[in-house]
Write a protein that binds this ligand. Structure first.
Ligand code: GLU
Length: 511
């Protein structure tokens, strides 16, 4: 079988990370089976169309490396498939169902529909619906004479085409992730498939397109599970083979209580969208993973594991490995809790794997923007030291003291506070002795610095913990960061000795 899958977003706003995960699982499944991954923009509902959303979707997929097949981006002739461009296609399918007595025209006005609902409510029906029972009492081609239907059509009266859902039938299908789904047709209403404005509804366009595009597997979010029995009925009405279904679990809030929303991201400080987005109407801004400094590989890796695992403990996987390992059978049924800390952890793992020279160039650019000069060699050496503690490239700026001159204690009340807690009078003599030993140290590198430091500790009968924090605060101005011997080697003799002396000058008189 030639596997063909599609990602079928509606351009109603920015792409939520759940949407990217749906695209990713489709992409992985297609690649694994040597099939095609299509992008289909489902824009039949013009009322919900948001300008810019389609471009956003494409840009997100490109950023994530999930480029669809049969798309002009890769030189194909047809895509991305856009339902509004295919508008002319759908009417014949609505007509076909009417001809087969599987669908019918309905002419009820909004007032008549409302009156029907009110009547049923009054009679104690909890969820009134246009269905096998109620359609008998409405204005449609099942209750009106053929002549009257023709007259109304000739008068161009507004109508809809509704699916004629069988009254007594069991709708069954096997979902790859959820197993057997069985729904009684009495619980399915006669959904609108087509409107007299010439536009199909989502349901009709979705099924016709999946059929015409020879889609073999429909892999989509759990929110579409309730529509699946209706879709099965539409396939049956046409007499078409239907694709396999796989409904992906919801992505849940970090505490597991309900679906992850943009509001959770705003409240807890993480993006829920792939890229930054500005709402074209409200001008409200939402942040994206790309602009926050995430690597697409890390974002994808995190998303892949949000609802699936390879059956081992392996967490770091390239897109090639994911393709190799992915299968729908291992996708979980239950919702997947989003973990913002774990997401950062993924980025950190990917950052560590970047070449020092690349990180150095990025650090250098950021320093330049702040008006701090650095050679690429020095920025690269600093990046090599700083990357272990960084989640984002931005975080390497914590090591700015590697590029400035002068004591990092100047205007640094946090460091002085810390020093006050740690200072002991013997610190002065220890640091003094160490500083003097540095004047003739050769080579001035990390191993020699460490030897000199240990020698001084032995001479003074002091422990590392008594002197190292002071050394660190004097030279780096902060308690966290890379090892002080590496830091000192990078700063160079003159600067280190000057910072040590400046520190003594500041604290030497403290009791
Ligand atoms: N247009 C639907 C959406 O926005 C597609 C659902 C499907 O994949 O069938 O998610």
């Amino acid at each position: 079988m030639n596997v063909r899958v599609r990602f079928a977003p509606s351009p109603t706003g920015p792409l939520h990370m759940g949407g990217v995960r749906t695209a990713l699982y489709n992409f992985l499944f297609a690649r694994k089976h040597g099939g095609q991954f299509l992008l289909r923009i489902e824009d039949t509902d013009q009322g919900r169309y948001v300008p810019g959303a389609e471009e956003y979707i494409k840009e997100s997929l490109e950023w994530c490396g999930l480029v669809p097949d049969e798309s002009p981006w890769v030189g194909g002739p047809d895509g991305p498939y856009r339902q509004s461009d295919r508008k002319h296609l759908y009417k014949q399918y609505a007509d076909e169902l009417i001809a087969k007595d599987k669908a019918y025209y309905a002419f009820d006005t909004p007032e008549e529909l409302e009156a029907m609902r009110a009547r049923l409510h009054a009679a104690g029906v909890a969820a009134p619906a246009y269905n096998a029972v109620t359609r008998e009492h409405m204005k449609n081609s099942l209750t009106l004479s053929a002549d009257e239907v023709q007259e109304r059509l000739a008068r161009r009266e507004p109508y809809v085409v509704r699916l004629k859902v069988p009254r007594q039938a069991e709708v069954r299908f096997e979902d790859i992730i959820r197993g057997w789904v069985v729904v009684h047709s009495a619980n399915i209403d006669d959904k609108v498939l087509f409107k007299s404005d010439g536009m199909p509804t989502y349901h009709l366009a979705n099924i016709v397109d999946d059929h015409l595009m020879r889609i073999t597997h429909v892999i989509r979010g759990e929110e579409w599970l309730p529509s699946a029995p209706l879709h099965v009925l539409i396939y049956e009405a046409f007499g078409w083979d239907r694709p396999a279904f796989a409904h992906l679990p919801l992505i849940l809030k970090p505490d597991g209580n309900g679906k992850l929303s943009k509001r959770d991201g705003d409240r807890l400080g993480f993006p829920v969208f792939s890229l930054d987005w500005v709402d074209p109407v409200s001008k409200e801004k939402s942040s994206g993973y790309r602009e926050r400094g995430y690597y697409p590989e890390a974002f994808i890796n995190m998303l892949a594991l949000l609802g699936w695992n390879p059956g081992t403990d392996q967490e770091i996987m390239s897109i090639a490995e994911l393709t190799e390992l992915f299968d729908l059978e291992r996708v979980h049924k239950g919702g997947a809790k989003f973990d913002p800390e774990k997401t950062k952890w993924f980025n950190q793992q990917y950052l560590r794997k970047r070449p020092d020279a690349e990180l150095g160039a990025q650090l250098q650019a950021r320093l330049n923007a702040m008006g701090i000069e650095s050679s690429i060699e020095r920025a690269t050496a600093a990046a090599a030291l700083l990357k272990e503690r960084a989640t984002f490239v931005e975080d390497m700026l914590e090591g700015i003291y590697l590029f400035t001159t002068g004591s990092p204690l100047t205007n640094n009340s946090a460091a002085l506070e810390e020093l006050k807690k740690r200072w002991k009078p013997e610190g002065a003599s220890a640091i003094n002795a160490y500083a003097s030993s540095l004047s003739s140290l050769a080579p001035f590198d990390a191993p020699s610095l460490e030897t000199a430091f240990n020698q001084m500790l032995a001479d003074k009968a002091l422990k590392v913990g008594q002197v190292m924090p002071i050394y660190r605060l004097f030279v780096a101005g902060r308690m966290q960061g890379p090892g002080m011997f590496d830091v000192s080697a990078l700063l160079g003799r003159e600067e280190v000795v000057a910072r040590l002396k400046a520190g003594i000058e500041l604290c030497g008189s403290w009791a």
